[in-house]
Ligand binder design. Structure first.
Ligand SMILES: [Zn+2]
Length: 616
């Protein structure tokens, strides 16, 4: 038995997924020719009938503000144009709602955001001036997982005067993005989510350029992500909610959510999320007939009894990104095997509870945010290890019974989910051990020639100080001693993992170079983007590959006589060379022997394999 490998995923799993995708493509083209009718009907495990109290939230058929999905009995979800039309009508009718475009997608669609604030407001300054805390909820970052859109439409309706949530906007403002991946949403069909129980048709996970927006938070390749991050910078919400639906196994929970593991980069925020937000959401969902659960991973996919893990991710994903930029962020994963009605209603309840908590406890939340933004940790973890120590805590896990039977199809074991509850006590661990850490430098120096990287830092809202004159200063530099390129592209990049050695030298940074101080609220994020050992660094995403190439060479007929003279002239060179020759590998490589001499000449490129960003 195993639990969900919910699709928000993280790195180790993502790498595995990439090769799985290639295999799937090959299989798909082979089977299309046959394509029997049975291939069009996903066979999902049974799920218990559900009739939670939250069904009372559904508008009556006579209600003029019934949402398209409610009107269809949650069998369908509206297309982009219908969604925008319905929301525009609601905003026109409401004193508190306005629609703003965050930008355009590659296919030219507006990324709409509804601003729900008492008295109305369509720009960050106006909404901030009102003083209420802000929740930004986004649906459809993976457009097939679209529960959040239909839940948010119902919720916006219910914030209207005379309706059940009319008072809520006294305490809090809501920014709601109904569809983040707008182009993916319009790749609309019945065949986008084989493992999800409704709606009948939905959009696609990735963008029109096949980018996964929930892997783009740091590198900012997608226009959609640039628009969203710009919105996060400008609107600076107190809580950022990213709404998904799982892939993977079965369990009893219908709504699961989490933040970013155990330690991360924002300890005060984490304490508020765990202490104030989680209990409130859990009790609201339970009261409305839902089964709330934590967002966890199995330690071993094939053996749940080994326990579950609260994962800590890098800022590639929304929850890791929020953590790294000290913006409270919540990742919500509805369970794909539950009915669409149950899922949409669960998300509505979660959103309502979140708005209430932020509204009532906004003061404490703001203090937590301020504390983390003022914190200047001396040592910054860059990545996290999978837990190596046995768990010391246990967790009452609401699983679903399954059995494993031999399979004639796969030749392996087949998992049969039976849809029946199976409550088990499981060990639970939290990912808290850093895989790599660096000390905090005072600043980074990005040479003028790499201003594209500085531009991306600025998009994150990181303060970058462009120098008008050349600067000569002592900095720490990294030399790349080895660089391992991935064998397949991932999210449009061939990633590279380096080993580096650090040394100190005086360097001149030309006019136009950029100094990035780490003594700023986004200092930790700058570190994660600029340290080459960070999995989220621009280096590892391949933005600095040019540095890994040697571009000047020496001919043997020149180096040979020079080497003879160097040996004759210097006892040290002689002794070093003799010592090197004791290494049989070196001794057997004539080219390497000449290179050894070349590297000791001033002709050799002193900046070979040098990561050009300096640490002040
Ligand atoms: Zn997702």
């Amino acid at each position: 038995m195993w639990v969900s490998n919910a699709e928000a995923g993280f790195r180790t799993r993502a790498v595995r997924t990439a090769s799985a995708v290639m295999l799937t493509l090959a299989a798909a083209s082979a089977s299309l020719a046959a394509s029997p009718a049975a291939s069009t009907v996903p066979i999902l495990p049974p799920t218990p009938a559900w009739s939670g109290k939250s069904r009372t939230l559904i508008a009556r058929p006579s209600d003029p503000w019934i949402t398209p999905s409610e009107a269809a009995g949650f069998a369908t979800t509206p297309r982009y144009a219908d969604t925008v039309r319905w929301l525009s009508r609601l905003c026109d009718a409401s004193p508190d709602l306005e629609m703003v475009s965050l930008g355009r997608s590659p296919e030219g669609r507006d990324l709409w955001m509804v601003v729900a604030t008492r008295g109305g407001g369509s720009n960050p300054a106006a909404v901030h001036a009102a003083g209420r805390p802000i929740v930004l909820a986004q649906a459809g970052i993976h457009a097939g997982e679209i529960d959040g859109k239909d839940a948010g439409m119902m919720l916006l309706r219910d914030l209207q005067p005379g309706r059940r949530l009319a008072g809520l906007l006294d305490d809090v403002s809501l920014l709601f993005v109904p569809i983040f991946n707008v182009d993916g949403h319009e790749r609309f069909s019945a065949f986008t989510r084989i493992n999800q129980r409704g709606p009948r048709e939905a959009g696609w996970r990735t963008t029109a350029r096949n980018l996964n927006l929930n892997r783009d938070y740091t590198k900012l390749d997608a226009l959609e992500m640039r628009a969203m991050v710009q919105a996060l910078v400008q609107w600076d919400p107190e809580l950022y909610i990213d709404l998904h639906v799982t892939d993977g196994g079965d369990y009893q929970y219908d709504v699961t959510w989490g933040y970013n593991g155990g330690v991360g980069w924002s300890p005060a925020i984490r304490q508020w999320l765990n202490g104030a937000l989680t209990p409130a959401i859990r009790s609201a969902l339970t009261a409305q007939g839902h089964v709330p659960g934590p967002f966890v991973w199995p330690l071993d996919e094939d053996d749940l009894s080994k326990g579950i893990v609260e994962a800590t991710t890098t800022p590639r994903l929304s929850n890791g990104y929020g953590d790294a930029r000290h913006m409270p962020a919540m990742l919500v994963e509805n369970h794909s095997l539950k009915s669409y009605e149950q899922r949409v209603l669960g998300m509505y309840v979660l959103l309502e509870a979140s708005l209430r908590v932020v509204g009532h406890d906004g003061g404490a939340l703001r203090q937590a945010i301020a504390a983390d933004r003022a914190r200047r940790a001396e040592s910054i973890p860059l990545d996290w290890k999978w837990p190596s120590q046995p768990a010391t805590r246990t967790f009452q896990y609401l699983g679903t019974y399954s059995r494993r039977v031999p399979s004639a199809i796969s030749g392996g074991l087949r998992v049969d989910w039976r849809g029946l509850p199976d409550n088990v006590t499981l060990p639970i661990t939290t990912q808290t051990e850093p895989k790599a850490e660096v000390t905090r430098p005072r600043a980074y120096w990005i040479p003028a020639a790499w201003s594209d990287v500085a531009d991306r830092l600025a998009l994150h809202g990181i303060q970058v100080d462009r120098q008008t004159a050349a600067r000569d200063l002592e900095v720490e530099m990294y030399r790349v001693t080895s660089a391992k390129f991935d064998s397949v592209a991932f999210e449009g990049h061939v990633r590279v993992t380096p080993k580096v050695e650090k040394f100190t030298q005086r360097r001149t940074f030309a006019a136009g170079s950029v100094r990035v101080p780490t003594d700023q609220p986004l200092g930790d994020l700058a570190i994660l983007l600029l340290e080459p050992q960070s999995p989220e660094s621009f280096f590892q995403w391949g933005f600095f590959n040019e540095c890994l190439q040697q571009t000047e060479y020496v001919e043997g007929y020149i180096m040979e006589p020079m080497a003879e003279r160097m040996l004759a002239e210097s006892a040290t060179v002689r002794a070093d060379f003799e010592r090197k020759l004791l290494d049989p590998t070196f001794a057997g490589q004539s080219r390497e022997r000449l290179q050894w001499f070349y590297r000791q000449t001033p002709f050799f490129d002193a900046d070979a394999r040098l990561y050009p960003v300096g640490r002040e």
